[in-house]
Ligand binder design. Structure first.
Ligand SMILES: Nc1nc(=O)c2c([nH]1)NC[C@@H]1CN(c3ccc(C(=O)N[C@@H](CCC(=O)O)C(=O)O)cc3)C=[N+]21
Length: 290
């Protein structure tokens, strides 16, 4: 039977650790870390995720500011709000929740965030610092995956790590971390990869971050592999109270029995993204309050 990697439990452990550090800061006479969250429009999933981030802030004792704007806000106006947060010394870190409306450039907005306050780790500076000896703020979801691997003591050195999905926010930065920090041999697959299964079958550690439910089936996984599923696609499901369920990219039922470790969806990587956001905000506050 595989070990089910419990992201909910690990993220709760991390919250406890951060809470202690917030108390320590306060004992030194410093204020609590302060996270601001910008959300644009009324996308239901985004509001759910932001709700999770606010719950986490409350649990660890962070201050938070939620800034909500209509989906019709102009790019210029949004940029002004970003600049205000960049300049506000009472704000240690902030995020702009994605997706943004089509008339706003995600690239333009995220690249205007000060790297020291970029607690999502989305900016070019933070991406570039992944391989630095003195890293700044790590991209949040990849950092969450690395924490799971470390805390479950999964061996990485010299292992074949195959990552499916080469996005700027997950696959590409994770490839650098797995190579640089975890000493794995990394293969980064994407939509132009020929014969995907021939690559994934070689994986000792298989990470899937595409957003396509059912993409990974049992014939694509080596016996004893560690499988990490970053996908979180909402699928309508009238039998659920919320009206939907979450699905990863891996066919869990058929793949799990083959693996040594596997992350479930929900309860795997998702909660770790929020834990990483807390780790980064604490770090940004420590740097800011020096
Ligand atoms: N600026 C920005 N930063 C992000 O980090 C960001 C974003 N935009 N836009 C959307 C994606 C998605 N994302 C998730 C966060 C938590 C869960 C999570 O906690 N999932 C729970 C279930 C939550 C539920 O019930 O819906 C789980 O997998 O167990 C999932 C997905 C962060 N994102």
């Amino acid at each position: 039977m595989p070990t089910i990697i419990d992201g909910k439990k690990i993220s709760s452990d991390i919250r406890d650790e951060i809470k202690l550090q917030v108390e320590a800061l306060k004992n030194e006479g410093k204020r609590a870390p302060h996270l601001a969250i910008i959300i644009v429009g009324d996308d239901g999933a985004s509001h759910t995720y932001v709700g999770g981030k606010i719950t986490a802030c409350k649990a660890v004792g962070f201050d938070y500011t939620l800034m909500q704007f209509a989906g019709t806000i102009s790019e210029d106006k949004l940029l002004k709000h970003v600049d205000q947060l960049n300049a506000d010394t009472d704000i240690d870190g902030f995020i702009v929740q994605l997706p943004l409306p089509a008339h706003i450039s995600v690239e333009k907005i995220t690249m205007s965030i000060s790297p020291e306050k970029d607690v999502d780790g989305f900016t070019n500076e933070n991406f570039g610092s992944i391989t630095s000896k003195v890293p700044l703020l790590m991209p949040a979801t990849p950092l969450g995956v690395m924490e799971l691997i470390k805390r479950y003591e999964i061996e990485t050195e010299g292992k074949n790590c195959v990552i499916v999905g080469a996005s700027r926010l997950v696959g590409a930065p994770l490839a650098l971390m797995m190579s640089n920090e975890a000493n794995a041999t990394v293969t980064l697959c994407h939509k132009y990869t020929k014969d995907l299964a021939s690559h994934t079958r070689e994986a000792d550690i298989l990470v899937v971050a595409v957003g396509k439910p059912g993409l990974v089936t049992k014939n694509m996984v080596k016996e004893g592999a560690v499988v990490i599923d970053v996908g979180t696609t909402r699928i309508e499901d009238p039998s659920k109270k919320s009206g939907f369920r979450l699905s990863g990219d891996v066919d869990y039922e058929e793949v799990a029995p083959l693996t040594s470790h596997i992350t479930p969806v929900p309860g795997g990587v998702g909660p770790m993204t929020i834990a990483s956001l807390m780790i980064n905000t604490l770090q940004a506050a420590k740097n800011n309050l020096k």
